[in-house]
Design a binder for this molecule. Structure first.
Ligand code: NDP
Length: 297
């Protein structure tokens, strides 16, 4: 059985081409009390990994864990609010103590305050803090804990095609983000701070930012750019960094609208997080299961 077929079965029992992961493989998923994150935890646990379900609300997190336990799945739980640096610090020391490290991080947690057909930037600061600075701070804190040895460790950032470069109408900004050599962590940070300052003084509409769900799109634009930058930094160091857009999925974020279920999105997300070493890229944006090279957009 091929490894892809292994993934299609609930519990893998493959005689040939065994999956690279095992119960020793530790995967952490953020924002996993509901939606795509919850479905991802379930899928990874079904496939036999040790999975840490995290949620910012302890009660909601434990309820999600209980739900999985009733399905016969055992997952670990720790509270984690990615927009709160002390919460990240507590989580990281808990993870170190409980598991000694990790192999897979799925940065799934995010917020959006937009309705499907509206475009408000009233919560821009929270959106940027949660969707960009949150994953970035968590990654920085977890970098020393990735095992990198048995198989390449992986970061999968759940992102959105709303934050692709082709949505940016400001040509100077697009050039900055496309310049592989000059792009830096600091330039990405400056970009989001500039956006927030334009939101404050009311000039953001004229500046060529993405038109749809602008604050959310800017947060994902920054996450995509940071992922690509980080992938380059980590090249040859046993850590791959990719982004995944699940497409329009029926969750709380879309008020239940969408063309697919969270389980369907999680099936593809888990497949990408578990790509075998010879098929594992880095610095890619996966639109569903198709890898796109940012710089060609
Ligand atoms: P949901 O709103 O259903 O789930 C979001 C999850 O993130 C919730 O568990 C939420 O917790 C959690 N969360 C929010 N803020 C924080 C925080 N500060 N710390 C920890 N957890 C937090 O959305 P989806 O499942 O749809 O979204 C999952 C990912 O998929 C997101 O990254 C989203 O941007 C992306 N995506 C979704 C699409 C879609 O169509 N649904 C399309 C493209 C991308 P709580 O319950 O406490 O609010």
């Amino acid at each position: 059985m091929h490894w892809m077929d292994c993934m299609a079965t609930k519990k893998h029992s493959c005689s040939r081409s065994m999956p690279w992961w095992s119960k020793e493989t530790v995967a952490v998923v953020t924002g996993a009390n509901k939606g795509i994150g919850f479905a991802l935890v379930r899928r990874l646990a079904e496939l036999g990994l040790t999975v840490v379900l995290t949620a910012r609300d302890g009660r909601k997190g434990m309820e999600a864990v209980e739900l999985l336990r009733r399905e016969g799945l055992s997952v670990a739980f720790c509270r984690l609010d990615i927009s709160d640096p002390p919460s990240i610090a507590v989580f990281v020391s808990w993870l170190r103590k409980e598991f000694g490290g990790l192999d897979i991080l799925v940065n799934n947690a995010a917020v959006s305050f937009n309705e499907i057909d509206s475009n408000s930037v009233d919560h821009a600061e929270t959106v940027i803090q949660t969707n960009f600075f949150g994953p970035k701070l968590l990654i920085e804190a977890l970098l020393p804990l990735f095992r990198r040895s048995t198989a390449t460790s992986r970061i999968l950032n759940v992102s959105s095609q709303l934050g692709l470069l082709n949505k940016v109408r400001n040509s100077a900004l697009r050039e900055l983000l496309q310049d592989e050599e000059k792009l830096s962590e600091d330039k990405i940070k400056q970009m989001v701070l500039q956006f927030l300052s334009q939101v404050k003084d009311g000039t953001w509409k004229e500046e060529g930012w993405p038109k749809v769900w602008t604050d959310y799109a800017v947060s994902k634009l920054a996450l995509n750019a940071y992922s690509r930058w980080l992938a380059k930094q980590q090249e040859g160091r046993g850590l791959s960094v990719n982004c995944f857009c699940p497409g329009f999925t029926r969750t709380a974020m879309t008020r239940g609208q969408g063309s697919r279920t969270a389980d369907e999105a999680a099936e593809v997300g888990a497949m990408l997080a578990l790509l075998p070493l010879d098929k594992l890229p880095t610095g890619k944006f996966f639109k569903w299961s198709t890898p796109i090279l940012y710089s060609k957009l």
